[in-house]
Design a protein around this ligand. Structure first.
Ligand SMILES: Nc1ncnc2c1ncn2[C@@H]1O[C@H](COP(=O)(O)OS(=O)(=O)O)[C@@H](OP(=O)(O)O)[C@H]1O
Ligand SMILES: Nc1ncnc2c1ncn2[C@@H]1O[C@H](COP(=O)(O)OP(=O)(O)O)[C@@H](O)[C@H]1O
Length: 200
């Protein structure tokens, strides 16, 4: 029996085993910014580039989280806090599986973002602020939500009737309101190489 236990213990695959196999560090890339700032677009573009480099990746965003895991949550401060807490825990599990977890949520409250940061080792949480003015986001109005929020049809809308706390010390700021998507992608990839998250 004791022999069996030793056997099973040796069979456990560590996170660093997985990182070695995948050839990259498993970190959380946490995109934050206003609705329409470009978080989702940038997250998926980065994932595509990492995928081409054979990295193991997964993107969490409103589309795959708010309809399932967090379908019971709305947009009060408490619900957003819980949304980010659940996403943070999921992202952490993915890093333990050797995956680069990429998240694209407004995550407007600094305390919620910092709570996720505290879940993983220093350097494993990379906060990327998608900087874009509310004017530009409103002009884009990808989903027509700003127009509705201005008419008072959507309560607690970030940037209009609910706050967005700008990251004070993000690992990276990308000017998604001024630069092209390609320029932003290159900036993020350059950072990941510099920090040796990826090697080439
Ligand atoms: N009240 C209110 N405020 C902000 N956003 C709203 C709201 N109601 C619905 N939506 C839509 O939900 C998307 C944001 O969801 P998130 O999960 O990223 O929000 S949060 O991080 O929990 O604050 C957000 O868009 P994206 O940022 O484009 O995904 C909106 O499409
Ligand atoms: N540099 C950029 N990075 C990301 N998106 C950009 C950029 N420039 C323009 N866009 C456009 O802005 C819109 C952002 O939408 P989306 O990615 O859904 O934002 P979010 O996920 O932050 O709500 C898209 O139509 C996208 O093509």
């Amino acid at each position: 029996m004791a022999e069996n236990n030793i056997h099973w213990h040796q069979a456990l695959i560590s996170r660093s085993d997985r990182e070695l196999r995948h050839g990259h560090k498993s970190v959380i890339l946490w995109f934050t910014g206003l609705s329409g700032a470009g978080k989702s677009t940038l997250a998926h573009a980065i994932e595509r580039r990492l995928f081409e480099k054979h990295c193991a990746t997964f993107v969490f965003d409103g589309d795959n989280v708010r309809h399932g895991l967090c379908s019971d949550l709305g947009f009060t401060q408490g619900d957003r806090e819980e949304n980010i807490r659940r996403v943070g825990e999921m992202a952490k599990l993915f890093t333990e599986a050797g995956v680069i977890a990429i998240t694209a949520f407004i995550s407007p409250f600094s305390a919620d973002r910092e709570r996720v940061r505290s879940l993983v080792a220093t350097n494993d949480f990379i906060e990327i602020y998608c900087r874009c003015t509310i004017d530009v986001c409103e002009q884009r109005d990808v989903k027509g939500l700003y127009a509705k929020a201005r008419q008072g049809l959507i309560p607690n809308f970030t940037g209009i009737s609910s706050p967005y706390e700008i990251p004070q010390n993000p690992e990276l700021t990308v000017d998604t309101g001024k630069l092209s998507l390609d320029e932003c992608v290159e900036q993020v990839l350059a950072y990941l190489k510099l920090q040796r998250v990826i090697v080439y």
